[in-house]
Design a protein around this ligand. Structure first.
Ligand SMILES: Nc1ncnc2c1ncn2[C@@H]1O[C@H](COP(=O)(O)OP(=O)(O)OP(=O)(O)O)[C@@H](O)[C@H]1O
Length: 264
């Protein structure tokens, strides 16, 4: 079973976050947070330090169990259901990439495909021919993704040998290899220089053009956010203080006030 059938009319791949409240003791990290992301849409979630962005991502992946509220991806309820998110088609990148550093780029990308491969270990042993055929197809698929992310030259390198910016790109590519319905990007350009940031922004645009997954992007780089997002949700002390297009949010007095003193 992959999830609860909650109501008819749920759009596959639509993220529906509803009245999410998460407390840590006396701290309310998220307070009645609601928003939706349509398939193919890029939603940026921004806010000053401690606003609740990471807590939100952890609720979307079922790592944190909110006290109240729901997180639905299509018809599947994810809130508090650890382990269900990946099966439901959620892929996430991390602030400090979450790759297997001792493995090659190719193996990391193939591991991203694991959820999607049909032949398990036992059936693979029984149906060796089918397993071989599937493996070949997987390698070809992954090679195409590596090409898209300009990783073809480093496919057989171990991740540990790669510069940080390239490793972040590998992680992004691995998330795409999972063919996600919902892609969660946690500070994809953090720690990158200007050129690497521009390159990453290009890959983000590429992904938006070629795939129809819903995307939630968290980043402190306002230029990236404002350039790429279709809509922006602004959190402050766990509360949604503004939501709208980048232009609407940029000029919102509540947002300007929340960020006063935050800029370098
Ligand atoms: N595991 C935890 N235990 C207790 N309090 C927590 C925990 N995780 C987060 N918090 C608190 O919840 C609030 C929101 O934190 P969160 O890390 O989600 O904010 P953030 O917007 O991601 O911040 P940053 O931009 O600095 O990463 C903060 O007050 C934080 O101290």
């Amino acid at each position: 079973m992959t999830g609860d059938k909650t109501q008819t009319g749920d759009k596959p791949g639509r993220l529906d976050v509803s009245a999410l409240t998460l407390r840590f003791g006396g701290v309310t990290a998220l307070n009645e947070v609601s928003f939706t992301v349509e398939p193919g849409e890029l939603m940026a979630v921004i806010g000053p330090n401690g606003a609740g962005k990471t807590s939100l991502l952890n609720c979307l992946t079922g790592v944190y169990r909110p006290q109240t509220g729901s997180v639905r991806l299509g018809a599947v309820e994810l809130a508090g259901r650890r382990g269900r998110a990946a099966r439901a088609g959620v892929a996430r990148t991390f602030q400090n990439h979450g790759l297997f550093t001792g493995l090659t780029v190719l193996d990391n990308l193939l591991l991203g495909r694991h959820r999607l491969t049909r032949t398990g270990i036992v059936s693979g042993a029984l149906w060796w021919g089918r397993a071989r055929g599937e493996e070949r197809a997987e390698r070809e698929h992954v090679a195409g993704i590596a090409e898209m992310f300009e990783l073809a030259d480093v496919l057989h390198e171990k991740v540990t040998a790669l510069p940080y910016g390239v490793a972040k790109r590998v992680e992004f590519a691995r998330a795409i290899a999972m063919e996600p319905k919902l892609l969660l990007l946690d500070e994809p350009v953090a720690g990158m220089g200007f050129e690497e940031t521009v390159a990453m922004a290009g890959h983000l645009l590429d992904v938006r053009e070629r795939f129809s997954c819903s995307v939630v992007l968290i980043d402190h780089d306002m230029r990236l956010v404002m350039d790429l997002a279709d809509r922006v949700t602004v959190l402050d002390f766990g509360v949604v203080i503004a939501a709208g297009t980048p232009e609407q949010v940029r000029t919102d007095p509540k947002v300007i006030e929340a960020y006063l003193g935050e800029e370098e």
